[in-house]
Design a protein around this ligand. Sequence first.
Ligand code: HEM
Ligand code: HEM
Ligand SMILES: [Fe+2]
Length: 460
Amino acid sequence: MKYQSQAVAKLYFIAAMGLFVGQILFGTILGLQYVIGDFLFPEIPFNIARMVHTNLLIIWLLFGFMGAAYYMVPEEAERELHSPLLAKITFWVFLAASVLTILGYLGLDYSKLAELTGNKYFPTMGREFLEQPTITKIGIVVVILAFLYNIGLTILSGRKTAINLILLTGLVGLAVFFLFSFYNPDNIAKDKYFWWFVVHLWVEGVWELILGALLAFVLIKTTGVDREVIEKWLYIIVAMALITGLIGTGHHFYWIGAPEYWLWWGSIFSALEPIPFFMMTLFAFNMVNKRRLDHPNKAAVLWALGTSVMAFLGAGVWGFLHTLAPINYYTHGTQITAAHGHMAFYGAYVMVVLSIISYSVPIMNGYKAKSNKGQVIEMWSFWLMTVSMVFITLFLTGAGILQVYLQRYSDAPLPFMVVQDKIVIFYWLREMAGIFFLIGLILFVISFFVKPDEAEKITA
Ligand code: HEM
Ligand code: HEM
Ligand SMILES: [Fe+2]
């Protein structure tokens, strides 16, 4: 570790991992409820478990992004963090708000939670991914502002690298677009617009900047390739992400009562969205091929390469599959959507956070890399999680194709629940893949507790 204050990242990464385990536990509960409808009812109904699963995902990714920023920014800026104390305070505030909110979901009726938190005075609750009570949302804004202030000052008063500036732009964008979650129009079509201004413009807009910056950082550190080369790639990737992703939002406006021209704008621009993801794949493999040093942390390189491939598959290929209006007409809101949602979130954002954790945590512990044994366990976790996610995606895609055919395409379309019963085998298989995913995740955590190899100790 070059700067002492980078160590604050570790807190964030520990919280991220804890919440990730929670997310996947709830994923396996959900998967079981798909096949055994009454499982854990009425204690944990499906709608609540789903909300916990998706909210935990978003929260732990935010912990991951913040931890990544606290680790990377000082090193890139070549100075200590502006205020390590503030970073610690915001950590505890964010953790307390997150845990209380999740406990609120689990312990109270959602309507009761809304009443207790004064939702009627300032209604923002009830939309997928953005179910948090208004006071939690305000808490998130305060935390993000303090965080941006902290890393912003560090960046602006230090060495300004492309990685830091792109990271900062992405994080500011994340904060700005979150503000749309406070606007909750009564008109359902308008409501959808603003909901997508958060959800789509995050994952297919500003988060791609964060993704690019994190990936570039891990690649620079593990390959020793010149900054100039990496920065050129980054600029083009970022430009392509914004050019395609902003207007690409139109692929969510097909069926919500928006003007018809969105069928064209949405289809054309979102069809180009795979380009920046494909460039990230080329970028990562190019850098590793041109590497000037053999970094002892092979697992981190594997995660970085894996991110670039899986993000392209999940977002690029599985996104393209259903993004053209004439196809989306049939696939909208089916298991095809869920297949894509899982692989894209995992491939892009989960994996990039695991990459930076894999690279930085051993260093924060005083070692260049884990011991050989630690890395072998970690690589097992990589393959278990990644292959399980490929299977989850394939099973859901199978379910989705049949669902579309039986429910929406055949000459004698069947009702929703009748179709669900016919495709239950896919849901059993998905659940099995989910259990393997959970095992992979536990191995990832375990790999950090394996005794380090003293030869890798950082001495300088
Ligand atoms: C890492 C980036 C991405 C992530 C994390 C992501 C995630 C998601 C999620 C979770 C949904 C479901 C939203 C909901 O209705 O609840 C969704 C929907 C959708 N995504 Fe993505 N996505 C990404 C990139 C892309 C790309 C690049 C494309 C196009 C090439 C795309 C095309 C779509 C389409 C068309 C839908 C709507 C599906 C429907 O009509 O039901 N996505 N995405
Ligand atoms: C890192 C891994 C995972 C990520 C990133 C993830 C992400 C997501 C997302 C974004 C959604 C909302 C999807 C949508 O609206 O289209 C979702 C829903 C869901 N997830 Fe996951 N998930 C993960 C792991 C799992 C696992 C391991 C299981 C189960 C075995 C699982 C089961 C489910 C189920 C059953 C739903 C509800 C789908 C529905 O409403 O029909 N997830 N997950
Ligand atoms: Fe989108």
